[in-house]
Write a protein that binds this ligand. Structure first.
Ligand code: SF4
Length: 329
């Protein structure tokens, strides 16, 4: 659902029609224009043709009931995955994809193995949220949106920005900008654009290594945008915006989980507005293995000893391949 195009298509209608149409899509969560009794038949016909409300998707539920993964098929038969995660307090987060596949080729990531097939349009990003909004029904709402699904969002800037505006729009999803997070593998020009972006969304960096040498082995992006330059750019982002930055660190057995790695990371992230999220690796048929629980705890303790803001991120939906690094169609 591309709101911009939808609004443009209503330019010859009375103004209140736009409001009615938005309400039908985002508030009443209609799945067919026929249900919009208050709209004139010719308009409904036009909307049916240009903006069909049906979403073709297959749903998978995790055994713990906390996450649900949807595989959505678009008009050209390309598929993406998106995940709804419900935490214990009843808050609902949706992890959205921004591309079909991903060009970045991170060694530990299933999506990276697909390569890039194409960017998603803003409407296709919004479709993922609409799908879960409908699933939750009108009594519940999506509380958080994270751009951490398939793809590198900063390589699809125009569509991601357009979708963020719709997510934030009070007449659409009405989700506060601080409840929207974008995760990047370190696309420096994109982070620079985000520094001047008017909406205060959260930035997360997929770091996964404390040194440039190791990062280049795990993440090819580091060859183009090396760690020292990335950290300079993030520092400038924090200086200009005053916002926190989350660094994601996937714990890979015998690769990046030693006490020395923890000390190197502590040195790298010594800033009061930097936070580290330690993530247990999920099996994705690669050469990597998850660090042991003992190693993760020790790593975390070392970071804490250096006063680094550290938390553990628990992966949802491992059994339905919906956890970090597992999304691939
Ligand atoms: S980790 Fe993110 S940036 Fe890297 S290949 Fe996977 S989806 Fe792309």
């Amino acid at each position: 659902m591309d709101l911009g195009k939808l609004e443009a298509s209503l330019k010859d209608e009375p103004k209140y029609r736009t409001e009615q149409v938005k309400e039908a899509v985002f508030k009443n969560l209609l799945t067919s224009w026929d249900e919009a009794k208050y709209l004139p038949v010719p308009l409904k016909q036009k909307l049916k043709l240009k903006f069909p409300l049906a979403i073709k998707a297959q749903l998978y539920k995790s055994t713990d009931g906390q996450s649900q993964k949807a595989v959505i098929t678009f008009k050209d038969e390309q598929k993406i995955e998106t995940v709804l995660m419900a935490n214990r307090t009843g808050r609902n987060s949706v992890c959205v994809s921004s591309q079909v596949g991903c060009p970045m080729g991170c060694e530990f990531c299933q999506t990276g193995k697909m390569g890039l097939i194409r960017n998603l349009t803003a409407g296709e990003i919004i479709t993922q949220l609409l799908y879960f909004a409908r699933l939750l029904g009108t009594n519940k709402r999506i509380d958080n949106v994270v751009f951490m699904g398939m793809g590198e969002p900063l390589l699809n800037w125009e569509n991601v920005v357009q979708s963020i505006k719709i997510i934030n729009d009070p007449k659409a999803f009405n989700i506060a900008s601080r409840k929207i997070s974008l995760s990047t593998c370190g696309i420096i020009p994109g982070i620079k654009k985000l520094t001047d972006f008017p909406l205060q969304i959260n930035l997360a960096i997929s770091l996964h290594a404390p040194t440039s040498k190791l990062r280049s082995q795990l993440m090819p992006v580091n060859k183009k945008y090396p760690l020292p330059e990335l950290m300079e750019t993030v520092k400038h982002y924090v200086y200009k915006t005053g916002r926190k930055v989350m660094f994601e660190y996937l714990m890979l057995k015998d690769i990046n989980d030693s006490p020395q790695h923890a000390r190197q990371l502590a040195k790298l992230l010594d800033h009061p507005l930097y936070f580290v999220n330690l993530i247990k690796y999920n099996y994705t048929q690669s050469q990597f293995q998850a660090s042991t629980e003992k190693k993760i705890k020790e790593f975390m303790q070392t970071l804490k000893n250096y006063n680094i803001n550290t938390a553990r991120r628990y992966s949802f939906g491992e059994d339905i391949a919906a956890a970090c690094g597992q999304l691939a169609t």
